[in-house]
Design a protein around this ligand. Structure first.
Ligand SMILES: *Cc1c(COP(=O)(O)O)cnc(C)c1O
Length: 354
C-alpha cells in the first residue's frame, strides 16, 4: 500500500466491478447490462445541438430528468433526486442517514457496494445472514436501530421480497430510514414506490442501468418524501452540484418517456430468463427463483470456479465470487438476448459432455 494513503483511505474496501474487457470479443453476461441498445428516442434526443451546449454546466436541479421521472411515477419533483447511477444515490444516502451512533444493516449475501460504502464513510455495519435458502427474514431487522438497506430483488440471488414485508419494517420504527434498492424491480418484483407517499422514512432507489439500457449513461435516482430528498440534496450540494452531465440528463428523460420500448425489453428478458432457467435445469442445474435480469445457478457436476473459468476460455463471461463461501458453487448469469442465451446453453452442454 502506498505511503501517501491517508489512514481513512487505507481502511477502504473497494468494490470489484465485473470485468469490462476491451480486447477479445466476449458474450458478456457478467454485469447485468441490457443486451439491447437504448431506446431510439434516446438516440434522437442526443442531437448535435445538445453536444454544442457542452461548454455550459448541466442543470444542478436535473430538471428535465426529475420531471420525466416524477411524471412516470405519479410523483412531484420534491420526491425525486437524480444522480450518476444509483451507486451515487446510495453514497448520498449513506452519508445523509448513517454516521456516528447510527450504523447500517444489510444482508450477508447482497450487493457488494453496501460494504464498500460503509467502509468509505467509516460506518458500523451489521451484516445479517440470509436464511439457508437465501431468502431474507425481515424479523431480523425489526429491532435494528440504524439504517437498513435491502436490495429487492436481492443481488446476486434474484430473490424478491414481498412488499408487505418491507411495509412491516418501515412501520416498525418511523424514526429509522429504510433504503430499498430496486435496481432490478422492473423485471418482476413488487415495487415500494407506491408506499413513499405514506411513509416519510422510506427511500427507494432505482437505476436506468438495467431495465432502461443506459448503464453507460450513469443515470440513477431516489424516490422518497421531500424530507429525505432534501437530506440527499444537502449531501449532493456538498459533493458535486452538477452531478449528472447534460447528455445523460437528456438521455435519461428520453428513456423514461419511452414506455413501449421499456415494456418490450422487459418482456424479452423475462422470456429469455424462463427459457434459460428451463434449459439449465434440464442440464442438472439448481437455479434460484429470479425476479431480476440475471440468475444464480449451480451445476451438480461442475464447480462454480470451473464453470466461470472454462466459459471465459470459450468466450463467455459470467460472474463468480471467489471470496463468498455461501455462493462459491454458483455462477451468476446475466440474461441477454435469445441468441446469447442459446450460445451459453450450448457451451455449457458441451462442457458437461466432455
Ligand atoms: C447495478 C446495481 C446498482 C447500481 O447501478 P448503477 O449503474 O450505479 O445505477 C445498484 N444496486 C444494485 C443491487 C445493482 O445491482
Amino acid at each position: 500500500m502506498s505511503r501517501f494513503l491517508s489512514t481513512e483511505a487505507a481502511c477502504l474496501a473497494p468494490y470489484t466491478p465485473g470485468e469490462q474487457p476491451t480486447d477479445a470479443q466476449y458474450i458478456k453476461l457478467n454485469t447485468n447490462e441490457s443486451p439491447f441498445s437504448p431506446s431510439p428516442r434516446v438516440v434522437k434526443a442526443l442531437s448535435r445541438a445538445e453536444v454544442l451546449k457542452l461548454n455550459l454546466y448541466s442543470d444542478p436541479t436535473c430538471g428535465v430528468l426529475t420531471d420525466a421521472i416524477a411524471a412516470r411515477y405519479g410523483l412531484r419533483r420534491e420526491n425525486v433526486l437524480a444522480a450518476n447511477g444509483s451507486d451515487e444515490v446510495l453514497a448520498f444516502a449513506f452519508r445523509a442517514f448513517c454516521g456516528q451512533g447510527r450504523g447500517v444493516a444489510y444482508a450477508d449475501i447482497t450487493y457488494g457496494f453496501y460494504k464498500a460504502q460503509s467502509a468509505l464513510f467509516g460506518l458500523e455495519a451489521t451484516v445479517v445472514p440470509l436464511r439457508e435458502d437465501f431468502t431474507l427474514r425481515v424479523e431480523d431487522y425489526l429491532n435494528f436501530p440504524g439504517t437498513v438497506v435491502i436490495a429487492n430483488p436481492n443481488a446476486p440471488t434474484g430473490i424478491a421480497l414481498p412488499r408487505t414485508d418491507i411495509q412491516r419494517l418501515v412501520e416498525s420504527n418511523p424514526d429509522r430510514v429504510v433504503i430499498v434498492d430496486e435496481a432490478y424491480v422492473d423485471f418482476g418484483a413488487e415495487s415500494c414506490v407506491p408506499m413513499i407517499l405514506r411513509y416519510e422514512n422510506l427511500l427507494v432507489t432505482q437505476t436506468m442501468s438495467k431495465s432502461r439500457s443506459l448503464a453507460g449513461g450513469r443515470v440513477g435516482f431516489a424516490l422518497g418524501s421531500p424530507e429525505l430528498i432534501s437530506a440527499l440534496n444537502r449531501v449532493k450540494y456538498s459533493f458535486n452540484p452538477y452531478n449528472v452531465n447534460r447528455l445523460s440528463l437528456i438521455a435519461g428523460a428520453a428513456a423514461m418517456e419511452d414506455e413501449d420500448y421499456f415494456r418490450d425489453s422487459i418482456a424479452a428478458i423475462e422470456k429469455n430468463r424462463a427459457w434459460t432457467t428451463r434449459e439449465l435445469e434440464a442440464l442438472g442445474f439448481t437455479v434460484l427463483p429470479s425476479s431480476a435480469n440475471f440468475i444464480l445457478a449451480k451445476s451438480d457436476r461442475m464447480s462454480g470456479e470451473t464453470l466461470y473459468r472454462t466459459l471465459k476460455e470459450n468466450g463467455i463471461l459470467v460472474r463468480w465470487w471467489a471470496d463468498q463461501p455461501r455462493i462459491r458453487d454458483y455462477i451468476r448469469v446475466t440474461i441477454g438476448s435469445a441468441e446469447q442465451m442459446a450460445a451459453l446453453v450450448d457451451e455449457i452442454a458441451r462442457l458437461l459432455d466432455m
